[in-house]
Design a protein. Sequence first.
Lengths: 202, 167
Amino acid sequence: MAVVKIKYTKTERARQKKILKVSLRMLPLFEAMEKSLMSTINTIAERIEEIRAVIEKNNKAAEPWVAVMSDSHVDIKTYISVNKIITKHADVAGVRVEQYEGVDFNVMPIPENAPLWVDDAIILMQEQLQLMAEIECLEEQIHLLEEELLDVRARIKLFENRRIPNAKTAIRKIGQKLQDDERLTIATAKVVKTSQKEGVMA
Amino acid sequence: MSNLVYLMCSLPSLRFGQEPPISMDEFIDEAKGQLSAKHFKKLEPVDIFKATDSDGKVGLKSIGNMLGDLQEDISEIRAAKAQKRTPNLARLPQATINTNPLEREKLIMRWQWEELDTIQAGEGFTLTEVLVYKLRLQILNRLSSFNKEHGLQVLESVVNPSKEKEV
């Protein structure tokens, strides 16, 4: 690791003090941001679990009749498909994400001679597809928030382990050096004054 | 007539709910070999899912009526659901209204089976019996296609296609 060369000047000391002041002010902000991101990620993860529970509940409710979907007379896959997932931009914990709005379906009109179960299957599939789409959006949000969290944690680490200690060390060293220089100047001046006095006496 | 008798005697008997004892292709081959061209032409368009063929003709009036009545009741159930009212069924049993989709299909097929009983009553060894046999074979084929595992796969393939690809 390259050693940073310190300039032992008053200007440099002032600059290091400014860095320390800014760093001490920024650190709590990043720590608050970290907490907020973690809490948001947890909330989203809980929401995903809630949605998964609803999906499971729907599957359980459909279990007694799901066998009808293998009807050799009907290909239910041709009746419904997802055209696109509708989202809108939103700021979550300071991160720009896509928020779930709904699903645009391609639903084929049910022919009159289609069995009645087709209607029930389409309703079930629409609900499940909507829930799955919401999970997809929420997982993407978590992904983006986790990236931001990593970035914030790196910054906290940088402030805690590098910028703040480095600035403190630099201020201390510059202070000592400036003090030493001042003492040396005074001592030199005294020596010069004494030798001048001795010269006059002689 | 003797060909009809021979055909009907050579075919296995059918019971509602059993696995089809003969495939549709085997039945068609057998019928083609035994029936006259005129009779076979009448058999071909008969379909449990269609009241009329592509030309709008009915294979047998009583079968056409039964399928037409069923269609009307199905339309009534759909309309009642959309209008949030109780359906007023003409032919189907009321039990079809408040049951799950699988049981409903089974009830409808059971109703069709019983209606076919009425249609073929007194029509032993006639073309009507052959037509009814074909319709019953279609019912059994459809009934035996209902499978929970396969149904779940179909649902999964629509709801979660990416997961299906991964598997």
